[in-house]
Structure formats: C-alpha cells, structure tokens
Design a protein around this ligand. Structure first.
Ligand SMILES: Cc1cc2nc3c(=O)[nH]c(=O)nc-3n(C[C@H](O)[C@H](O)[C@H](O)COP(=O)(O)OP(=O)(O)OC[C@H]3O[C@@H](n4cnc5c(N)ncnc54)[C@H](O)[C@@H]3O)c2cc1C
Length: 406
C-alpha cells in the first residue's frame, strides 16, 4: 500500500492492507463475499426493495401470511438455497443463504423468518441427513413451494429440550407418535415437519429420536395461530400428535441420535435467526436515518443534534458487529460461533430498534410508521431459535472448554 493511502486509512482508524476497500464498502461487507454470494445478495436485495418493503407493514397489520411472496421466492430458488441441485435446490453455501435472509428480513421480518426456519431447520436437515427415499418424499416438493417445519419445543420443554414428553412407540414396521408440540412456525401452512420424540423417557436426551411427519397424517391436529407481538405475518401454533402412525423409514438417523441432531441443526438455525436480526436492525437504522435527515428540531436537522448523531453512530456499530459475527458463524459453523452471533445479533437488533423509536419521537410509536414494527419484530429474535440466556451459557461453556477450565 502506498504510504499516502496508508496514512489516509490510518486516519480512518484502519491500518491493515486493503483497508481502503473495506472502508468504502463497509455496510455490505461486499469485499469479503464471493461473486456467487454477491449475486444472491443482490437478488434478495432487489426482491426486497420491489416486493417486500412496500407491503411489509400491511402484511404485519393484517397478520397475513406472505403466500404470494414465498411463491416468488420459490421461483428464485430460495426455498432450497442449500439443497443439492439433484433435489431441486441451488446447492449454495450457508453464507449465501445468510445474506439472503438478512436482506429479506430488512424488508419483511416475517418473510425472512419463515424462509430461515424452512431452510436452516427443515430443508437442510433432510438434505444433509435424509436417506435417498426420505429426500424424494420430504425434500423435492419442498424446494418447489411446499413448506417444512421443525417441531422441537413443547408446552413444558422449550430451553430444556431433554425434558420433551412426546413419545414414539415401536409397532412392527411403524412408529406411533403421541404428544404435543408448541410454537411450530408455519405448521398451519406447512406440508411436513421434523418431530423430535423420545423412544425411552428414562434415558432423557439419550432417548430422543428424530422423525419426518407429513402434516396431513391421520392423528395430526394443528392448533390456532398464536397471536404474536412481532413477525405477525408469520404463524406459529401447537401440533397435537394423537397416535400418529408413520413408517419406520421416516426416522432420521438412529434412535437416541435425535438430541444431537436437534442441537447440530440449531447451530445452523441460529445463524439464520442472527441474519434475520441483522436485517431487522439494518431496517431500523435506515428508517431512523431517513427520518433524522428530514426532521427539524430547535432550528436544526436532527442529524446535527449531537445526541441523535450519537444514537445513529451506536446503531451503526451495533449493526456492523452483529453482521460480522453472523457472517463468521456462517463460514465457520460451530456451536460457539452460532450462539455468539445469535446472542449479539438479537440483543443488538432490540437496542437498534429502540434507538429508532426514540429518534422518531411520537411517530416512533405510531403504526403509520415502521419504527414500532421493527421494535416488535426485533424482540422475538432473543427468544425463538433459543433464548439469549442459553446462548450466553453455550458461549461460556465452550470458552471454558477451550481453556481446559470446565
Ligand atoms: C414466534 C415463535 C416461533 C417459534 N418457532 C418455533 C419452531 O418453529 N419450532 C420450535 O421447536 N420452537 C419454536 N419456538 C419456540 C422457542 O424456540 C421457545 O419459545 C424458546 O426456545 C424458549 O422456550 P420457552 O418459551 O419454553 O421458554 P423457557 O425455556 O421456559 O425459558 C423462559 C426463560 O427462562 C430463562 N431460562 C430458562 N432456562 C434457562 C437456563 N438454562 N439458563 C438461563 N436462563 C434460562 C430465560 O430467561 C428464558 O427466556 C418459537 C417461539 C416463538 C415465540
């Protein structure tokens, strides 16, 4: 690097070679993405600006599931972004899906969340662990518009996964599943779900197994849509399994492997929710900036007021740190990276959305503006996919383990 350029970038607080490039493109982190990742990002960005941003508020206020938008995303291939091409997917890497979810969530958090769970918690699980027969039945249609779900949580077991009570009993060539699952995203609209159930309750987490269950199977009853605070165009509901009979071939992996499968899949799922949180946070920053550039108070545009400038700066730092951790988690997938990304991205999204409401004053509380929607959408990212408190415990666990201090 020429000394003049180095001096200039050092003044910007950036002193490593290539810092100039990074500085000019810091919002999108574009310089670090491959050509393929950039093109997926652009595709999702254009789709968001054209098809999601204009209708997100209406979908939210009406609590309307984005069927039409998901159909369009299916035609773009994004309902099977990581799925192998032979099963109808795009065969992309996790970071490509991550940047797409971030962009979609910037326009409509509900759509981003639905796509995140369908891909990271359903389609990728079947793609990576399913037998060829399972992929034929439970994957091919799911890259062409059918929606997949992930049923782990129960009324008495959310964070405490080992405590699940749904039971699977062997009956000749079949398993018979009974129990209740809660908060299953898209179960109302979905065609199939991954279900975790125990084959031996005494073994706790070592007795859990993973099954694929068609949602139209006899004995499956879907509950009412939960009235949600945020992501109101998405749906979540209970599923009751009343002696649901499924072929033995619908089990994924072996009996007793279910807990490990669930935890490993959640490592991916958390990257998706972190990306979703980054998208919501970016939307809140954009909303606040647009407003602050126009609004006057005390004879000055808001951006000239030191406290508002400070808030905007904090928001930018919160968004960027969350984005960097999320992209790192997507390229180096492990429990610690995913948990750290979700922990930071969820908390930062809530803080950024709070700043946005504050900058917009009274309008920040009005449903005629987007700030209050971002605020409501941001809050859930600290709950679903695993609560923030658990993410912190996971990071702490692996930190001590790395230092031989457990
Ligand atoms: C909109 C939405 C969509 C969802 N979608 C799905 C889905 O598709 N599939 C699915 O399986 N689940 C889904 N969930 C469920 C979600 O994953 C759970 O709500 C979440 O894991 C927390 O479980 P819980 O609600 O039972 O809370 P609990 O586990 O009861 O925890 C409540 C609180 O107690 C504290 N706490 C609990 N345990 C600990 C601990 N060990 N250490 C520290 N603090 C702790 C935390 O503060 C936590 O927030 C969804 C939830 C929502 C709201």
């Amino acid at each position: 690097m020429a000394s003049g350029a180095l001096l200039k970038s050092t003044r910007l607080g950036l002193s490593w070679p290539g810092a100039k490039v990074v500085a000019s493109q810091c919002r999108t982190f574009t310089s670090q993405l491959t050509e393929q990742q950039k093109s997926i990002q652009e595709l999702a960005r254009n789709f968001t600006n054209e098809h999601l941003k204009p209708i997100a508020s209406r979908l939210d206020l009406q609590g309307r599931y984005p069927f039409e938008q998901l159909k369009q995303l299916t035609s773009l291939g994004l309902m099977g972004a990581n799925v192998d091409e032979e099963y109808g997917g795009l065969g992309l890497d996790y970071l490509s899906l991550t940047v797409a979810i971030e962009e979609l969530s910037r326009g409509c958090a509900s759509t981003g969340m639905i796509l995140s769970i369908h891909n990271f918690l359903y389609a990728n699980l079947v793609n990576e662990r399913g037998t060829p027969e399972q992929k034929e039945k439970f994957l091919c249609d799911f890259t062409k518009g059918s929606i997949g779900c992930f049923a782990l949580s129960e009324p008495d077991a959310g964070s405490d996964v080992a405590n699940i009570k749904t039971i699977a009993k062997s009956d000749g060539d079949h398993w018979i599943l009974s129990g209740k699952k809660s908060w299953v995203t898209s179960a109302i609209e979905g065609s199939a779900t991954v279900v975790f159930a125990t084959v031996n309750p005494e073994l706790r987490h070592k007795g859990i197994a993973c099954f694929l269950v068609p949602l139209d199977a006899e004995g499956v009853f879907r509950g009412k849509k939960e009235p949600l605070m945020g992501v109101r165009a998405a749906t979540a509901c209970d599923i009751t399994l009343d002696e649901v009979r499924i072929p033995k071939s619908y089990m994924v992996g072996e009996p007793g492997e279910g807990f490990r499968i669930a935890m490993e899949q959640l490592d991916q799922g958390r990257i998706g929710i972190a990306a979703h949180a980054v998208g919501i946070a970016q939307a809140a920053l954009d909303t606040a900036m647009e407003y602050a550039k126009e609004r006057e108070a005390f004879g000055k545009i808001l951006t000239r007021l030191p406290s508002v400038k400070d808030r905007l700066t904090d928001m930018c730092i919160l968004v960027e740190t969350a984005r960097l951790l999320t992209y790192r988690a997507a390229t180096h997938v492990c429990t610690k990276n995913s948990a750290m990304a979700k922990y930071v991205a969820g908390r930062n999204a809530a803080a950024v959305a709070d700043h946005c409401v504050q900058i917009m004053g009274g309008r920040g509380l009005s449903t005629n503006y987007n700030a209050e929607r971002h605020f409501r959408d941001a809050r859930g990212t600290q709950i679903y996919g695993g609560v923030t408190d658990i993410q912190k415990r996971l990071v702490g666990h692996y930190l001590l383990k790395e230092h031989g201090a457990l």
